[in-house]
Design a protein around this ligand. Structure first.
Ligand SMILES: Cc1cc2nc3c(=O)[nH]c(=O)nc-3n(C[C@H](O)[C@H](O)[C@H](O)COP(=O)(O)OP(=O)(O)OC[C@H]3O[C@@H](n4cnc5c(N)ncnc54)[C@H](O)[C@@H]3O)c2cc1C
Length: 378
């Protein structure tokens, strides 16, 4: 029996592939149900990772049914609203709403595999080589193969390493607008069909379109890690503080955040050190953010979590015994996540600097010309 902690995208892909291959698997998840928490946000699925994992899981065709058409269009602006780059979607990295993707994976598993309402408080190694996981609901379980798919603040990670996520210095304030075509047409126009990134002076307003006439936006800025706790207690709260930071920005752009119908959600960005790894622990490993949390500026986190899940499942199916499988999985995963984490740190630096938006525009133009050269050479 394989025990997975966490029903995020990584844990679910792993569970799905093991299940359809006839292995016994169970997933313990802290959410009370599949719909307990708004998942939100768009994810672009990369060919070699997210899409490849869905193919192994036998869910690629179903995934195509929930892709947001032309959701991969991209525009880069500056603080005045001037457009520096506008690219139409090309379907190489199709966009999907995270909640719909997660719901599809959950529905692909029979009832009972995911044990909802199980928040792990502690995980301990027992003398006989097994692991004991204790939950807030008073239950505890024992397992000899434990996979930590429990995200940024993993309870399984301390079994393998003392390393903890470090604050990147950047915080997001998340906003949401609904019924955009009738209530917020100007903001709908700014975002277009996909994503907009307005960047200047080490700050940004980032927004993307979601299915159902919805826009999800972020104000992004450098702030101390305690920023949200400090401003939340003040009279104007998060919103007033964010508006002050963007007071000289184009007003319709700022309204992507200022007109939010839901209270702003603070999202300080944390990352694990680039290239960190651990010494193998028998019967235990990590996938996704638990293994390699990184800032979202390479758009890789969810993709890597799914690829980890797929590759770990394939290793568990291919090798005789869990130990060899976990060792083979980690060897490949460490190298892959190191380069993605480095890319992600570079992406953050390209977006938030004194010359913004030019460095990231040049980067995208360079990528485009590389792709054109590759196509021309093919
Ligand atoms: C603002 C933002 C934008 C992003 N955009 C992108 C993007 O465009 N593309 C991309 O690829 N990635 C993106 N990412 C990164 C992506 O969200 C993560 O990398 C991805 O969700 C990791 O998946 P996971 O399965 O490892 O972990 P998670 O999605 O965090 O899932 C972990 C699961 O474990 C459960 N859990 C946690 N603790 C416990 C516990 N103690 N007991 C039981 N269960 C527990 C949680 O409830 C959750 O269901 C973004 C991240 C942020 C913050």
């Amino acid at each position: 029996m394989i025990t997975i902690l966490g029903a995020g995208l990584g844990g679910l892909v792993l569970a799905r592939i093991l299940h359809i291959s006839g292995m016994d698997v169970r997933v313990f998840e802290s959410d009370a149900s599949a719909s307990a928490r708004h998942q939100g946000g768009m994810l672009d699925m990369h060919v070699e990772s997210g899409q490849a994992a869905l193919k192994v899981a036998g869910l690629y065709e179903q995934f195509r049914g929930i892709v947001l058409e032309e959701g991969d269009a991209l525009r880069v602006l500056d603080k005045t609203g001037r457009v520096h780059l506008a690219e139409a979607g090309n379907d190489l990295r199709p966009e999907v709403e995270r909640g719909q993707l997660r719901a599809m994976l959950i529905a692909s598993l029979p009832e009972g595999i995911i044990r909802w309402g199980h928040r792990a408080t502690a995980v301990a190694a027992a003398a006989d080589g097994t692991y004991i996981v204790t939950f807030t609901n008073g239950l505890s379980i024992r397992t000899d193969v434990l996979i930590g798919a429990d995200g940024a603040w993993s309870k399984v990670r301390p079994l393998l390493t003392d390393i903890r996520p470090v604050y990147t210095g950047l915080s997001f304030a998340e906003a949401r607008l609904t019924e955009v075509s009738s209530h917020f047409p100007e903001q709908g126009e700014i975002v277009g069909k996909g994503t907009v990134m307005a960047l200047s002076e080490r700050k940004g307003i980032l927004a993307h379109r979601e299915p159902g006439d919805v826009l999800c936006s972020y104000a992004a800025f450098e702030a101390p890690a305690e920023w949200s706790a400090e401003v939340a207690s003040k009279a104007g709260g998060l919103l007033e503080d964010v508006l002050m930071r963007f007071s000289d920005w184009d007003r319709p752009l700022v309204d992507l955040v200022a007109k939010s119908e839901a209270p702003l959600i603070a999202r300080p960005l944390f990352a694990l050190p680039v290239g960190h790894r651990w010494t193998r622990g028998p019967g235990v490993t990590l996938i996704g953010d638990a293994a390699h949390l990184m800032s979202p500026f390479a758009g890789e986190g969810a993709n890597l979590a799914m690829r980890d899940g797929a590759e770990l499942a394939q290793a568990l199916l291919a090798y005789d015994g869990a130990e060899a499988a976990l060792a083979a999985y980690e060897a490949v995963m460490f190298a892959r996540s190191e380069s993605a984490a480095a890319e992600s740190a570079t992406g953050l630096a390209l977006c938030f600097n004194d010359q913004a938006p030019h460095p990231i525009v040049d980067f995208f133009l360079g990528m485009r010309s590389e792709a054109e050269t590759a196509t021309g050479a093919a």
